[in-house]
Design a binder for this molecule. Structure first.
Ligand SMILES: NC(=O)c1ccc[n+]([C@@H]2O[C@H](COP(=O)([O-])OP(=O)(O)OC[C@H]3O[C@@H](n4cnc5c(N)ncnc54)[C@H](O)[C@@H]3O)[C@@H](O)[C@H]2O)c1
Length: 503
């Protein structure tokens, strides 16, 4: 799998200078600078000595690309991470830095501020950015070029991008929370402004400053919703042989964006982003992978685990905690694991370490100019009640914890029983992703971290932030208990998720 991107060419390489050479408005034509019969001529930023040439050099033939653990990797690739201080951003910065990338990043501490506003904190203590940067240098020898910038401040971001000239831009800098967006009008507007307008600004800046960089943009599987018909969730775009039949007539759907059915105002912001990124690729020949990411769980990557100062954040409050992380926190606190409603909601998941592997692979196999592509970044589908069972099982077998499960009134508006079929073929088949972590393994690691006395103390301090009080209806009321039961005492019923990964 190591050479999965060996045959990609200058078309995919961010060092290839298309702007000024190729007239994309009339696709397939160029200014035809030197050779009379040449179709398209480009220059290389890294190898100016080549002059103008046809963009046909493969990664395996180019001395700027070298073989590594994730296929061919662009030497010292300049990757800018927007939202570098976050749960995922920090983990990715360390991973890329260790691989030899020149990592830069921006953050305005939005997440730290929002969590504080809600009276909570990350239960795994994290350092201030200055200390994180210092530790990254000391422990891993990584120099991260960080700037405190609000993505909404376009002048500052433009200036920094112009200085760095990134070859890939990972855009994590958005509010990641559905419940936070449902608190009230102020929160919904704050989330949509930050996410939608922030991303729109990034697209305009990229057009001017870094049109050949790939944009690795984070969306979420929640953009699709969970169709009650059981229609598969394709990777963002209908396959070429999909068709719509109606009253005896038939049309191809191939290549069209698939329907989105977001499930909160946060998810709506991601859907709007999808359209804005799609359009920017169409109008300006930007290139992007839009990642429909499953819910992330876990605490581990090799780089984070090396030193306590390098830990990434871990939240378990009702607004910013994701479900697996919250269940482990509840188990450590001796609280029953709270599932919403029937608990038969099926969702897509991926462990932190696996998500980081996917990101690295996508960064090193950039799309072509104008290419907008969607990947479903998922390693497993689980019913919420099954996750509770798994956490209870690992907690008991490995740590001797007696854990109960509790069904509570569902604060969300969502179907609690539905089929779910997810297609996630591109990452394994086209990018070489191999799942490295099982749910049980990562849950065990999470218990190990959360049971440490310092972390457990921080959990106890914020225990009151766990039970949901934010309802999609707008009512502010803690969800009442419907039922408490012993793990393993329920018959399995309802639908099972279907994940299509094969060729
Ligand atoms: N964690 C998950 O389970 C999950 C699942 C699917 C999608 N995602 C998406 O992945 C991305 C990263 O998620 P995360 O869990 O790391 O969230 P996070 O909140 O920990 O990270 C986002 C970072 O971006 C920063 N940020 C936000 N707005 C900013 C702005 N205007 N200017 C500068 N910095 C800003 C925040 O301060 C934070 O450090 C988000 O876009 C999220 O929607 C996350």
């Amino acid at each position: 799998m190591a050479c999965i991107n060996a045959k990609k060419t200058c078309w995919n390489c961010p060092a290839a200078k298309f702007k000024g050479n190729v007239d994309f408005t009339a696709c397939g034509q160029s200014r035809n600078i030197e050779a009379e019969n040449a179709q398209i001529m480009i220059e290389c930023r890294r190898r100016p000595g080549l002059g103008h040439f046809e963009p046909t050099i493969t990664f395996e033939d180019c001395p700027e690309w070298e073989e590594g653990d994730y296929g061919y990797m662009l030497k010292n690739m300049k990757v800018m991470i927007l939202g570098i201080d976050g749960y995922l951003g920090w983990a990715l910065a360390l991973k890329l830095g260790k691989l030899g990338c020149k990592v830069s990043g921006v953050d305005n501490y939005w997440r730290r501020d929002c969590v504080a506003e809600k009276g909570s904190h990350t239960v795994v203590p994290i350092e201030r950015m200055t200390d994180r940067l210092h530790a990254a240098r000391e422990v891993h020898g990584i120099d991260i070029n960080f700037r405190r910038i609000d993505v909404m401040d376009r002048d500052k971001l433009r200036e920094f991008m112009d200085e760095v000239k990134p070859e890939a831009i990972v855009h994590y800098a958005e509010c990641p929370s559905a419940p936070y967006s449902m608190v009230d009008a102020k929160h919904a507007i704050k989330v949509q402004e930050n996410n939608v307008l922030g991303t729109l600004g990034v697209l305009f800046i990229m057009k001017d400053i870094a049109p050949e960089a790939s944009l690795i943009k984070l969306g979420t599987m929640g953009e699709y919703g969970a169709p009650l018909t059981g229609r598969p969730l394709f990777e963002g775009i209908f396959p070429s042989d999909a068709a719509l039949e109606w009253k005896g007539r038939k049309w191809s759907l191939g290549g069209e964006l698939t329907p989105r059915d977001p499930v909160s105002f946060y998810h709506c912001s991601k859907v709007q982003d999808t359209f804005n990124v799609y359009e920017a690729c169409k109008y300006w020949w930007l290139r992007s992978y839009d990642i429909m990411q499953g819910v992330i769980y876990g605490v581990h990557t090799d780089e984070i685990a090396t030193d306590p100062r390098l830990k990434t954040r871990f939240d378990m409050d009702e607004w910013f905690g994701t479900v697996v992380n919250r269940f482990v926190a509840q188990a450590v606190l001796g609280m029953p694991l709270t599932i919403y409603g029937r608990g038969e909601q099926i969702r897509a998941f991926i462990a932190l370490d696996d998500a980081m592997q996917c990101m690295v692979r996508l960064i090193f196999s950039p799309p072509e100019p104008g290419q907008y592509d969607v990947v479903n970044q998922v390693s497993g589908l689980f019913k919420v009640s099954d996750i509770a069972e798994a956490v209870a099982r690992v907690g008991k077998e490995k740590f001797g914890l007696e854990i109960k499960i509790q069904r509570i009134e569902n604060p969300r508006v969502e179907s609690e029983k539905h089929p779910l079929e997810v297609v996630s073929k591109k990452l394994p088949n086209e990018f070489g992703f191999e799942q490295g972590v099982t749910l049980e393994k990562e849950v065990e690691r999470m218990f190990e971290v959360l049971l440490q006395p310092e972390v457990k103390k921080r959990l106890e301090e914020k225990k009151h932030t766990i039970m949901p009080k934010t309802r999609w209806s707008g009512m502010k009321k803690e969800s009442g208990t419907l039922e408490v039961y012993e793990p393993g005492s329920k018959e399995k019923e309802g639908f099972e998720g279907v994940l299509r990964r094969g060729a």
